[in-house]
Design a protein around this ligand. Structure first.
Ligand code: M6R
Length: 623
């Protein structure tokens, strides 16, 4: 979604702003803009609808010199994507320019008041513009830029990360935030940066300060940075954090798209996570977790959105199978719609790649207020979620995920949940140690089998392309592969824009089968396990009604192969008669791979914007 960047230092601000905005492109946006404090004493604003290249062309035609600037990528919420609605926005007297992420809930009231009492004319349809006018009025009343910001945060309600520059206070960038992230980057040459996503700063510094809710920061041209508490207005000493993200994640490494690179990174990430958490004596360690976190709990509530939610669905199965603790799972947005029933014996597991998803953060905050314990599974140690879960973080260590469609974060989240399930089973003595040791040993085969599966990419591509003209797909699975059917369908629809629905295969006869005919190819996940035969029946029922039948099967399959029109074969997982109950336990790590790949290849073939699908944002920071 929207992104903020800023630079103040001795170099040309514009170059830094454009480079940083380039990094934030991955988050999804529909317009962009910059405001530069120019040596002639004016603030120059340049903005453009569409891709960042449009802005770059404009700035190349009209290059702006200046040491201080702020920039923005906008993902439209209030007001259509357009040049005018793009940020930065200025006050009527062009005294101040602001960039804003989030939503101002009381903007209608504020706008009415500004029009009625101050005869202000609005240039855009955005909620954000009220902030520029409010600041403009404070400055006119004689307040400094910092005090103006401290004053207006008592008037605006909603979520915001804000950066502002003013002619009135030309050597300063002012920042603040509430329920939306913003960080300060401390450069080496007394230059300072800011960004709503620290990925934008990786190229310049690894020293950051995360602003807390309603803090106000003043970044000065001489390299000084001051942080104030918004309530007491007193200066505070902020904590400097070292960024540990790998800048290599921001490189395509020779792949055509970030998505393909990230799909192929999965075996290495799983290998790294296993090495980190499973010690040579097969002991599982979560060194980052407070020991008391996993003790004395009688219930687990998992929440997340989108792909993170589907990883959670599989986590629920793993946790209940092994740790025998009742697990509920709910979309974060749905949790917010009702009373969240938790207490101090409830462990809430929040799953979020970005750690900045608004729904997830709000659900977590509500559960925390009611005394629940929090465990966060995230990819970003510098995120709001990670900060909320101090002593309760499991980092998925997947490296920055650039492609909007989540892939590597999904398998990494699943693995963390499996390891947690085994660890909880050990703590609660819910399964004999031989079984748990067998499972831990089996996990070690996963990276290799995942590699062997990915090596078949080209075959998967050839097999899916004949379906390029289909208008709708149905994906089916049961048990551990039901969430994979949902996740596979999500990848398929967000990348190809083809209507794709995932169902629990057993539900087909209860309604969805009415939609099935020769125009609805049905893809079933048919890996060995207790539900294989039932799923195969459902697949045949669809086939009988004319649906082209596709399936993910393993190399040893005999039955499904004969029934299906197209098979995506994966290597067979090791099987033990003694531990037959776990036969489909690990299959999601493998079955999801051909589904990610067919979505990618079909989208690419159809000429879709694979890394930044239309209408989507990488991190959904508004409710
Ligand atoms: O950053 P998060 O994991 O909290 O994001 C959750 C969803 O917005 C995300 O998984 C989304 O569904 C992806 N586009 C899926 O590919």
């Amino acid at each position: 979604m929207c992104g903020i960047v800023g630079y103040i230092g001795q170099d040309n601000a514009l170059d830094y702003l454009i480079n940083s905005l380039r990094v934030l492109e991955y988050r999804g946006y529909d317009s962009s803009g910059v405001a530069i404090y120019s040596p002639d004493g004016h603030i120059k604003i340049i903005k453009a609808k569409g891709k960042l290249n449009n802005l770059i062309e404009l700035t190349a035609r009209n290059p702006q010199k200046g040491k201080i600037g702020i920039g923005h990528t906008r993902w439209a919420t209030q007001g259509i994507p357009s040049d005018i609605n793009a940020h930065p926005h200025a006050s009527s007297d062009s005294e101040v320019a602001i960039v804003h992420n989030g939503i101002i809930n009381n903007f209608h009231e504020l706008k009415e008041e500004l029009i009625k009492n101050f005869k202000i004319t609005f240039a855009s349809d955005t909620d954000s513009e009220v902030i520029a006018h409010l600041l403009g009025l404070e400055l006119k009343a004689g307040f400094s830029l910092k005090n103006s910001m401290l004053n207006i945060i008592n008037k605006i309600k909603g979520s915001y990360a804000l950066a502002a520059i003013s002619k009135n206070d030309p050597n300063t960038i002012i920042l603040t935030c509430h329920d939306a992230p913003i960080v300060i980057g401390i450069g080496k040459e007394k230059d300072l940066f800011c960004a709503s996503d620290s990925a934008a700063l990786l190229q310049y510094t690894d020293q950051i300060i995360r602003l807390k809710d309603r803090q106000v920061a003043e970044l000065k041209l001489n390299g000084e940075y001051l942080v104030f508490d918004g309530k007491t207005q007193k200066q505070i000493t902020p904590q400097i954090q070292v960024l540990n993200a790998d800048p290599v994640s921001l490189d395509k490494a020779g792949y055509k798209h970030f998505l393909l690179k990230e799909i192929n990174e999965q075996p290495a990430i799983i290998r790294k996570l296993l090495a980190h958490h499973v010690k040579d004596n097969l002991k599982i360690e979560f060194a980052e977790l407070k020991p008391e976190l996993l003790k004395d709990i009688n219930r687990i509530l998992i929440c997340g959105c989108g792909t993170a939610f589907y990883a959670g669905m599989i986590g629920k199965l793993a946790l209940e199978t092994l740790a025998k603790i009742p697990v509920e799972i709910e979309f974060a947005s749905e949790l917010l719609a009702r009373e969240i029933l938790v207490d101090e014996k409830t462990l809430i597991i929040a799953i979020s790649q970005s750690g900045e998803t608004a729904d997830t953060l709000l659900a977590v905050k509500t559960a925390l207020k009611k005394g629940a314990k929090l465990l966060a599974i995230t990819n970003r140690s510098d995120s709001t979620l990670s900060a909320l879960a101090e002593g309760g973080n499991i980092l998925i260590q997947a490296g920055i995920e650039v492609s909007v469609a989540a892939t590597k974060s999904f398998t990494a989240q699943m693995l963390c949940l499996y390891l947690l399930a085994i660890n909880l089973a050990e703590i609660h003595n819910s399964l004999p140690s031989e079984k748990l040791n067998w499972l831990k040993n089996e996990l070690r085969y996963l990276p290799q089998i995942m590699e062997q599966t990915l090596a078949r990419s080209e075959t998967y591509r050839e097999k899916i392309l004949p379906y390029a003209q289909q208008k709708a797909f149905v994906f089916l699975g049961r048990n551990f592969n039901y969430p994979i059917a949902l996740e596979g369908a999500l990848k398929f629809k967000e990348l190809t824009y083809i209507q794709t629905t995932g169902y629990a295969a057993g539900e087909m006869k209860h309604g969805p089968i009415a939609t099935i005919d020769e125009t609805t190819p049905t893809l079933s996940i048919l890996l060995p396990g207790s539900t294989y035969h039932k799923t195969l029946h459902n697949c045949i029922e669809a086939k009988t009604r004319g649906a082209p039948s596709l399936g993910v099967i393993d190399d040893l399959d005999k039955s499904a192969r004969q029934e299906l029109d197209t098979v995506f074969e994966v290597p067979a997982l090791p099987f033990s008669e003694e531990y037959k109950e776990f036969q489909d336990f690990f299959s999601p790590f493998i079955s999801v791979l051909p589904l990610q790949l067919i979505a990618y290849y079909l989208a690419e073939h159809l000429g879709k914007d694979v890394d930044q699908p239309r209408n989507l944002a990488k991190s959904v920071t508004v409710e």
